[in-house]
Design a protein around this ligand. Structure first.
Ligand code: FAD
Length: 463
């Protein structure tokens, strides 16, 4: 690569895992790169926060090892700080805690007998219907019913899905089932038997949660990964500017010319040879100047994200969970993690940290970590027999406005309109979880970032 010192830098919007990894790959190749991040710490959704000497993840994040090249790269940056841990996840269901995803025998044992008979016949009847009905499901409810049958859908998915997303499954796209909803492995066992009888299945839900695997974590939590990436970028001559929200992006001749941001209230800008955006699509579109036409603004107004609220608790107990994390379907939190079980260092001795995740809406009591939410959190933890309120030494609250892209009905059309607008700008790509409006895990966003840099490099070489 031609290393011209006078070249305008590549500007990366967002210091989440995707943006940081892309910047790392560019800085390694000595391409001038600047990362602009609105928050005070790097990491985006994978960030973590220190409070009174302990680290709290913004929702516990483990690095998956599926992408060997990415894993090796991160291992090279972090050395022994990145430690392996065997995945052990549970789900609270029926009368106890079961392996997650729910196994066949656990399902048999935890569902009331008549519901179970209904669920098994529902699966069988649905599979017979599916052999004849080859149409595609029109929404998430229909997609789930086609996989699990109506009785099991009603029993297991209907109310939980509604509570989690704030929308009934009938208002979510069928794509959501493939992207976000893990399979009930119990149903896979039943389907394996049906396959032997000659049934044919079209798989519609994600299989990722079925794998046994080794995960990777660090003694100060998930934030060590973005911090290692940010340090590597700076060591290679790049810049990572925190507390620098992007406010305007100038375009002319179908190219981005400059990126404007603010720092300590002062307006600043950089000229730009290429822009890689990982910020939410609505924020990117609304920052473009001149402003895109009304149809694109309308389309991006239909793309929504579900926010998350996270509580980090310091608890006076050596351990609480017999797992890295536990999924709950009937509590205020949908997932509870104990990062000490993944190798988090906690002080003082004899204490542990719990991370409780819950979806919310901006401005509601959960979003603000209000009293009602806190007392329900403590009540639910006690009701599960996990801890008493007296054992809680500290409670810390964090939130993120953009946690889960919402695939509501018809979102595809709006998404495509927005992407078509962005594709007209020749030195711009929008990738990552927020920028790609999709559900990659950390390793997959890093892969997206790495792939984006290949296009950037060939674009710069052609200029
Ligand atoms: C609760 C939860 C748990 C998860 N657990 C795991 C896990 O265990 N393992 C795993 O692999 N994945 C996990 N994921 C997925 C993982 O978080 C994402 O894949 C990954 O962090 C997304 O990275 P990103 O860079 O694409 O997006 P983000 O992390 O959202 O980064 C976007 C960045 O852009 C910044 N930004 C936004 N607007 C502006 C602006 N105007 N100017 C400048 N900057 C801006 C944001 O502050 C943010 O830092 C989890 C996700 C959630 C929500």
């Amino acid at each position: 690569m031609d290393d011209r010192k006078d070249r305008s830098p590549v500007i990366i919007l967002g210091a989440g895992i995707c943006g940081l990894y892309a910047a790392h790959k560019l800085a390694e190749r000595k391409i001038p790169v600047i990362v602009l991040e609105k928050e005070a710490v790097p990491g985006g959704l994978a960030a973590g926060f220190e409070r009174n000497g302990n680290c709290y993840d913004l929702g516990v994040h483990h690095l998956h090892g599926f992408d060997r090249e990415i894993l090796t790269d991160i291992q090279n940056l972090m050395g022994e700080r990145l430690q392996p841990v065997e995945l052990k996840a549970l789900i609270r269901h029926g009368k106890g805690f079961h392996q997650y995803p729910l196994q066949f025998t656990d399902m048999l044992g935890s569902i009331p007998p008549w519901t179970l008979v209904g669920a098994l016949s529902g699966i069988l009847i649905q599979q017979i219907i599916n052999q004849f009905d080859k149409s595609t499901a029109s929404d998430a409810e229909e997609a789930l019913v086609r996989i699990y049958g109506r009785p099991l859908y009603n029993y297991f998915f209907r109310d939980f899905t509604h509570a989690y997303w704030g929308l009934p499954a009938s208002q979510l796209s069928a794509v959501f089932v493939r992207s976000k909803m893990p399979r009930l492995s119990a149903v896979d066992v039943i389907k394996d038997h049906l396959k032997k009888l000659g049934f044919r299945f079209r798989e519609e839900s994600t299989a990722s949660a079925l794998c046994k695997e080794t995960l990777w974590y660090a003694p100060s939590g998930s934030r060590e990964v973005p911090e290692a990436l940010a340090n590597a970028i700076i060591n290679d001559g790049g810049k990572v500017l925190m507390a620098s929200p992007v406010v305007r992006i100038d375009t002319a001749d179908n190219k981005i010319q400059a990126v404007h941001f603010s720092q300590e209230g002062k307006p600043c800008s950089f000229p730009c040879s290429y822009c890689l955006s990982t910020i939410p699509l609505p924020d990117l579109i609304r920052a473009l100047h001149p402003v895109p036409d009304a149809k694109v603004l309308d389309a991006v107004g239909h793309l929504h994200y579900k926010p998350i609220t996270v509580f980090g608790l310091l608890v006076r107990k050596t351990t609480v969970l017999n797992a890295l994390y536990v999924h709950f379907r009937k509590r205020i939190f949908h997932r509870l993690a104990e990062p000490k079980n993944s190798g988090l260092q906690v002080s003082p001795e004899g204490c542990t940290v719990l991370i409780a995740e819950m979806t919310c809406e901006v401005g509601d009591d959960r979003w603000f970590g209000g009293n009602e939410t806190r007392s329900r959190l403590l009540q639910d933890l006690q009701a599960e027999g996990l801890i008493t309120p007296e054992e809680v030494l500290e409670i810390h609250h964090f939130n993120a406005r953009h946690a889960y892209p919402i695939f509501n009905l018809g979102f595809e059309e709006h998404f495509q309109k927005v992407m078509a607008q962005l594709q007209q700008i020749e030195n711009l790509q929008s990738v990552g979880r927020q920028g790609g409006f999709s559900y990659p895990n950390m390793h997959a966003t890093m892969r997206m970032g790495a792939d984006a840099t290949k296009l950037i490099t060939s674009y710069l070489n052609s200029c």
